[in-house]
Write a new protein. Structure first.
Length: 195
């Protein structure tokens, strides 16, 4: 059964986050955080950002930094690609965070929602578990899940990275990543630079 939710403009908020909410047409601003490593940003991520910008008054797209994880692209490049790829959304802010749980980061920026994507069954199982843990830590912040369209459901950062450097990757990469990302990947991973 599919359950549709209506995003209420006046959700209860924590006392610590109430001061960061502003009035929007008589209600409280609906602010969400969409977080990931974005290594690199894909068209699937951009679809999530587009939908999040439409659903929420403000969307913070945040790169979570895990010191135990090896990244293909440095944080500053990922931030720059995110900014270039989301310039058309005036209600989207790009940020990064490290050393804290996503739910605590969301609370620190005054968000009432976490925006999460579900592409495959494994994503659902993981996100369901994470939603319950987040609820234990901060019940006032709700998780909102979106399922991308079929044509981009299989696109992932890992899939994109597996193409880099292989013969012919330059011809197909634009199908999977936004133009600013493709441009940066061409500069960094063109075959002539790898040889």
């Amino acid at each position: 059964m599919i359950r549709l939710i209506h995003l209420q403009p006046s959700v209860p908020v924590l006392k610590s986050t109430r001061k960061s909410l502003i009035s929007v047409q008589g209600g409280l601003m609906r602010k969400a955080v969409y977080a990931g490593s974005f290594d690199p940003l894909t068209r699937g991520h951009l679809w999530m950002i587009t939908e999040g910008a439409r659903l929420f008054d403000q969307l913070v797209v945040a790169i979570g930094v895990n010191p135990d994880k090896h990244y293909t692209l440095p944080l500053e490049e990922r931030l720059q690609m995110l900014k270039e790829s989301t310039v058309q959304f005036p209600n989207v802010k790009v940020d990064s965070f490290a050393g804290k749980l996503l739910i605590n980061y969301a609370r620190s920026v005054g968000a009432g929602y976490l925006l999460r994507g579900i592409r495959i069954l494994g994503d659902y199982e993981y996100e369901r578990m994470l939603r319950y843990v987040n609820s234990d830590l901060c019940a006032e912040i709700q998780s909102v899940f979106l399922i991308p369209p079929r044509e981009i459901a299989e696109v992932s950062s890992s899939m994109v990275k597996s193409l880099l450097g292989a013969e012919g990757w330059e011809e197909v990469i634009g199908k999977y990543v936004p133009e600013p990302v493709a441009r940066r990947l061409f500069q960094k991973f063109s075959r002539s630079k790898l040889l």
